[in-house]
Design a protein around this ligand. Structure first.
Ligand code: NAG
Ligand code: NAG
Ligand code: NAG
Length: 240
């Protein structure tokens, strides 16, 4: 009976697995403690304790004159060092790569599955696409998301996200995942593009290429950037 049940369950599992296109890849998950040194902003207001407080904060950052009148943080003075644990997946063609490795950073509101969704991966998996083109790829949960270390929103700053990318580049160029990458290309979506761009800005020599998607460059004030996510008057959006 027990054996029957087991083989029935195995059959059921086989029957449910969707046939994938033949992307021959080998993948391994990693849990990586990274020693991060970064210049971090200091929160200058009382900690936010209520949803009303969060809404009021959002309103202030959305002001047209926010940059001159609203100062929620003070600039960093000395670098800070801490260990943050990042969870990521390295996938490569089973035949191995040719030395060029992609480092993919997802955007806000996602985790690493952005690059390899469980829904219709044959249509939507960038990981499978990249591997099918011969590129190994490392994709990971950004700090505070998915299976990476959970940290407070006061901690998960741009400076730390960018420094994490720099540490991951170093690991890709080491023998951590097999043969060292001879070339590294950053690939980002949205906030992941912004953090990748920050690395390009501070250390342009660290990588050989970058593909930044879902990012706009010419944002002239933080107030304008924040308006992008705020409420809109219907009559101004779609006048009748
Ligand atoms: C982390 O890096 C800093 C600066 O390079 C170093 O002083 C510190 O010893 C390192 N910490 C660990 C645990 O490796
Ligand atoms: C690696 O393979 C890609 C895709 O085929 C190719 O575009 C690239 O030039 C190759 N890089 C090297 C270093 O051979
Ligand atoms: C950037 O935006 C400003 C204001 O919206 C505009 O005047 C300027 O021409 C833009 N610059 C570029 C390079 O697009």
């Amino acid at each position: 009976m027990h054996r029957f049940l087991l083989s029935t369950l195995c059959l059921a599992a086989l029957a449910r697995s969707t046939p994938l296109p033949q992307v021959k890849k080998s993948c391994q998950r990693y849990t990586l403690p990274l020693n991060i040194t970064s210049l971090n902003l200091k929160w200058a207001l009382e900690p936010l304790e209520t949803n009303e407080g969060a809404a009021a904060y959002n309103t202030q950052t959305g002001r047209r004159d926010a940059q001159s009148v609203f100062h929620p943080v003070t600039l960093p003075t000395t670098p800070e060092t801490a260990i943050y644990t990042i969870s990521g997946t390295f996938c490569q063609p089973t035949s191995g790569g040719n030395g060029t490795v992609l480092l993919a950073t997802h955007g806000g509101g996602y985790d690493r599955s952005y690059w390899h969704p469980s829904i219709q991966p044959e249509s939507y998996s960038f990981v499978d696409y990249a591997v099918a083109q011969g590129y190994p790829i490392f994709y990971y949960d950004r700090l505070g998301l998915g299976q990476s270390e959970m940290v407070s929103g006061y901690v998960a700053q741009s400076s730390i996200h960018a420094s994490i990318i720099k540490e991951l580049i170093k690991l890709l160029r080491s023998d951590k995942f097999g043969s060292p990458a001879s070339k590294v290309a950053l690939i980002g979506h949205s906030m992941g593009s912004a953090y990748s761009n920050s690395v390009l800005n501070s250390d342009p020599g660290l990588v050989d290429a970058a593909i930044l998607t879902g990012i706009a460059y010419n944002i002239t004030s933080k107030g304008i950037a924040d308006q992008a996510k705020q409420s809109r008057l219907a009559k101004l959006q779609n006048p009748l």
